[in-house]
Design a protein around this ligand. Structure first.
Ligand code: EPZ
Length: 444
């Protein structure tokens, strides 16, 4: 089934939403449970599609996954981990990128892995070359097959020195999930240090891993023979929190985001302040609101942590269409993350895309024909239109644009939003959004 949303714009979103465990940590912590010789318990698990995909992949490999009906907590027991057929894996992988992170844990638990070709948001080429290089450096044999890759390590994985050419979150997770039970010490330089990475390290340390993080992006892992289980409460989803903050700006509303954690959102809080947003920050969450008047334009560059997170860029661009003046956004993490602006332009936004690096430093995508810089002129009134949601964050951005627009919009493909936003439509309803959902059968 896929839903068609009819959205009547112009209603400020007001009220409270709760954000739970981070989409970009929870599935990785679930995969980490495979490394243990005891059951693990993961708390603060959101009801999102990426969790469902990893649950079925783990069950396919013999891991029991039991969900507490009251709390949603997951108990995972890897005692009977086994091989799964590649055909079955393929049908369960869905459009997630998580399967690539099963390599290390599966090699440690059953000696080999088959990983289907990956899905994920179409925001760039999304290669996995760093991942495959890492696995080979640990001594794995990586063979490309139709529909995926087969990985084995007859002699087990051996600790090694690895340098990442770019602080890739996924490749850093690949190293962490492979090195903790490898034979010997692994030194990773050029590592990602996002809050979700630090939380995954906390999970592994609870299991018995020996991991140290230095200030120069070096992570050192001393391999251990065995790991136990863990009991862990996932950190809150800073990307969902930032998305609702932008929704408050775009619709001139007032949203209290319960669970928003300032420590993980320092750069976002600074940016929200500079654009003219209002905030009340407390220990349980953050109130984000539009204080009235015009928002201020700004020049922004996305970057790896602790820079401005690329997943915050798309909803913020919608807010910048309502700022009085010219803003510039230079996207340096993904080469093709402005595709969602086409629909905004159709709604009346003044956005031009450029190949040049319009930021403080030239990035990897400069002069390579990637339109990875945006110039946004505002404020421009937005008018309702038809929108087909392109990806997770772009879809959320389209929704808040439709909610702010004059008139009615029809939005299709909203199911992709449920990959990362828990109970998305009921949260919108609770904030006073004016919309209907028409469920219709997908024509096969
Ligand atoms: C994670 O993706 C997140 N996804 C992304 O969130 C997030 O935007 C990204 O990290 C950056 O913070 C999950 O955690 C599931 P990367 P990941 O490896 O691990 C290039 C969302 O909306 N690269 O740090 O795939 C890559 O092309 C999603 O929640 C290679 O070239 O990101 C990109 O340009 C979107 N080769 C850059 O590195 C590789 O082998 C950053 O990618 C791997 C990555």
């Amino acid at each position: 089934m896929s839903g068609v949303l009819t959205v009547r714009g112009g209603v400020p979103l007001k009220g409270r939403v709760q954000v739970r465990g981070a989409k970009n940590l929870v599935p990785k912590a679930m995969v980490a449970a495979l490394l243990g010789n005891e059951p693990s318990v993961l708390r603060n698990v959101p009801e999102i599609k990426d969790v469902e995909v990893v649950t079925s992949l783990l069950q396919l490999h013999g891991v029991t996954v039991v969900k507490d009906p009251q709390t949603g907590d997951l108990t995972m027991d890897p005692a009977n981990a086994k091989t799964a057929s590649s055909a079955e894996i393929n049908t369960h992988a869905g459009d997630s990128r998580i399967p690539i992170l099963l390599c290390g844990p599966l090699i440690h638990s059953i000696g080999h892995a088959f990983i289907p070709d990956l899905g994920g948001c179409k925001i760039g080429d999304r290669p996995i070359d760093y991942h495959l290089d890492v696995l080979r450096k640990f001594g794995a044999v990586v063979d490309k097959e139709a529909g995926g890759i087969r990985i084995s390590a007859p002699g087990g994985l051996k600790g090694t020195k690895i340098h990442l050419p770019y602080p890739s979150v996924g490749a850093t997770e690949q190293v962490l999930l492979s090195a903790t039970r490898a034979d010997g010490i692994t030194e990773l330089t050029g590592a990602a240090t996002e809050p979700e990475i630090v939380d995954l390290i906390a999970v592994l340390q609870k299991m018995g891993a020996i991991i140290s993080v230095q200030t120069d992006r070096t992570i050192r892992i001393e391999g251990v023979r065995e790991l136990g289980g863990y009991v862990h409460t996932a950190l809150p989803d800073r990307n969902e929190a930032a998305s609702w903050a932008c929704a408050a700006l775009v619709t001139r509303g007032d949203i209290y985001v319960q669970g928003a954690c300032q420590r993980d959102m320092m750069t976002f809080v600074n940016t929200f302040r500079k654009i003219g947003g209002g905030m009340d920050i407390n220990d349980d969450g953050i109130r984000f609101y539009h204080p009235g008047g015009d928002l201020k334009p700004l020049v922004l560059e996305t970057d790896v942590h602790p820079g401005f997170m690329t997943d915050w860029q798309q909803p913020l661009v919608v807010a910048l269409t309502q700022a009085g003046g010219v803003s510039i956004v230079h996207e340096t993490v993904y080469e093709n993350r402005f595709g969602f602006t086409d629909a905004l332009v159709r709604m009346g936004a003044g956005i031009q895309l450029h190949r040049e690096c319009l930021g403080s430093v030239p990035c990897r995508f400069g002069q390579r024909n990637f339109t990875h810089s945006a110039v946004i002129s505002g404020p421009t009134p937005l008018k309702g239109t038809h929108i087909d949601v392109p990806d997770l964050r772009g879809g959320f951005s389209h929704m808040i644009a439709a909610l702010a627009a004059e008139g009615t919009s029809t939005v299709t493909g909203i199911d992709v939003i449920s990959r990362g936003y828990e109970r998305f439509t009921s949260k919108l309803d609770g904030l006073g959004a004016d919309f209907d959902i028409a469920k219709h059968k997908v024509m096969v």
